[in-house]
Ligand binder design. Structure first.
Ligand code: GTQ
Length: 348
């Protein structure tokens, strides 16, 4: 590929005339916006290890009362995207949220889609459009775009969860906004949507239209996902053990932007994931091991150790290898990626 002209090659007076008319020559940035063969991969290989994150989050609990935070969250910012840009990957925002016993995070709704993955603690629930969703370790709780949600914690000890939002994408589309509301009044005592959809292959004929794209199920309990993976392992001695979280009405991803999944590493297993265009997030539910990403300058292919409750990022267009450090116990990892968006755009 031949080298193209630089900005400095142009006479100053010409460059100033362009600037004055809000014009920019393409050729000096041609190779950086259309790089040869491999795209820019800003997402750094990274582990936000829970052991070092937790004390800092607990200090936030001492330093900042709920009234001064609305949501008491530490953003897991990927330095590859810049610490100020709320990006774990180009489209995915991650945050660790803390609620102390007796606290409530007030009701609001917003355009970005959100999922929480419960990391630690018991006794909290998120009320989503009047439905109180219980929060247990590893559960996935959805607050889709536009739905009212507030968080309550009635247990002892802190509760912590991982927020996964498409906020960077929606924000850059100049479409991110929120609305505050009064606390929700509800007689509901349980997450009805989960009860409705908990029988695989059986879909209730209530007031839903088939093929509706809204997400009808709001809580995906980890116990069910784990049991499914363990069942799969009994029948499949080899091959990647993984599941996708889908809308039970139509099989599509939970959100148009972010895809969620989970995988199990058999005892002693090392798997190289299929190489894909999308960057990925991994949250370790159970077990310990290593993640290795080939050919990215942020890690130089060095393996990164992980343990339970850790959260990791990896760029797209890379080979990602996951290794279970235990030869006796399986490991379980939850995943989030931008595959639905890449599919929609035709770049997957
Ligand atoms: O719990 O509603 O991490 O609105 C960022 C924005 C959590 C939430 C975040 C939010 C929330």
């Amino acid at each position: 590929m031949n080298e193209l002209g630089k900005l400095e090659d142009l006479p100053l007076e010409y460059r100033e005339a362009l600037t004055e008319r809000n014009l920019v020559p393409l050729w000096p940035s041609m190779r950086s916006v259309l790089p040869p063969n491999v795209p820019t991969r800003d997402t750094s290989v990274l582990n936000w290890d829970y052991e070092s994150l937790r004390p800092l989050l607990m200090r936030a609990g001492e330093l900042t009362p709920m009234e001064k935070a609305e949501r008491r969250v530490l953003i897991l910012a990927n330095p590859g995207h810049g610490l100020d840009n709320i990006q774990a990957t180009p489209s995915i925002y991650l945050g660790m949220q803390l609620i102390l016993p007796g606290e409530t995070a007030p009701n609001h709704r917003h355009t970005p889609n959100a999922v929480r993955v419960i990391v630690e603690g018991e006794g909290a629930f998120t009320t989503v459009d009047g439905e109180p969703c219980k929060m247990e370790r590893g559960d996935l709780i959805l607050t889709p775009s536009g739905k009212w949600h507030e968080h309550h914690h009635e247990g002892d000890g802190p509760i912590v969860w991982l927020d996964v939002l498409d906020l960077p994408l929606i924000y850059r589309l100049n479409s991110s906004w929120a609305m505050e509301g009064e606390l929700q009044q509800t007689d509901a005592t349980r997450d009805k949507s989960y009860a409705d959809y908990s029988a695989a292959g059986v879909v209730p004929n209530i007031n839903l239209k088939r093929g509706k794209t809204d997400t009808p199920m709001l809580r995906y309990p980890w116990s069910k996902t784990r049991a499914c993976l363990v069942e799969m392992a009994a029948d499949h001695r080899e091959g990647l053990l993984s599941i996708s979280y889908v809308n039970p009405e139509n099989g599509t991803s939970l959100f148009p932007s972010i895809g969620f999944g989970a995988l199990m590493l058999r005892p002693g297993e090392t798997v190289t994931l299929p190489k894909r265009t999308t960057p990925a997030i991994f949250h370790v539910i159970e077990g310990a091991g290593q993640m290795q990403v080939e050919g990215h300058p942020s890690s130089n292919g060095e393996p990164l150790a992980f343990v339970e409750k850790d959260t990791l990022a990896a760029p797209g267009y890379s080979h990602i290898t996951l290794r279970n450090a235990s030869v006796t116990e399986p490991a379980f990892i939850m995943t989030a990626d931008e595959a639905p968006l890449h599919q929609y755009l035709g770049i997957f």
